[in-house]
Write a protein of this length. Structure first.
Length: 130
């Protein structure tokens, strides 16, 4: 099995579409209103913004967590948790071996929590490499 779609609550579909277009850096792939559905493609997994959906916590992979948080802060987004290391991956069980997992959290335009995740490679000396 593989994940094909995640539904996220959108109280105001237009506002939520604008927020996710900015955060993801891409336009929706489809919209149907009525009944109030907007779809984004997340590397083969559909993100569905839906007026009647319950709230979900999305975790999105990013290349530069600090840049994304800074950009969202500048856009007026509420930051719930600043970027921080939560785990060092010694093997590939939960992420790429030899990386630190950084996470940060923000609130989307609809009050849902969004987690951002960056994997940073650790050099042989134990320092982060770029």
């Amino acid at each position: 099995m593989r994940l094909i779609q995640i539904a996220q609550r959108a109280v105001d579909l237009e506002r939520a579409t604008a927020f996710y277009t900015g955060l993801l850096g891409t336009a929706p792939t489809a919209a149907f209103d009525p009944p109030g559905l907007v779809f984004f493609d997340l590397d083969g997994v559909r993100l569905l913004l839906e007026k009647g959906a319950p709230s979900a916590v999305l975790y999105l992979a990013v290349e530069d967590i600090h840049a994304v948080i800074d950009g969202q802060r500048s856009a007026g987004t509420t930051i719930l948790g600043e970027p921080h290391v939560i785990f060092t991956h010694r093997d590939d069980a939960l992420g790429p071996a030899g990386t630190e997992e950084w996470q940060a959290f923000l609130t989307d335009s609809e009050g849902n929590t969004v987690g951002l995740v960056e994997h940073r490679r650790i050099s042989d000396e134990g320092r982060l490499s770029s």
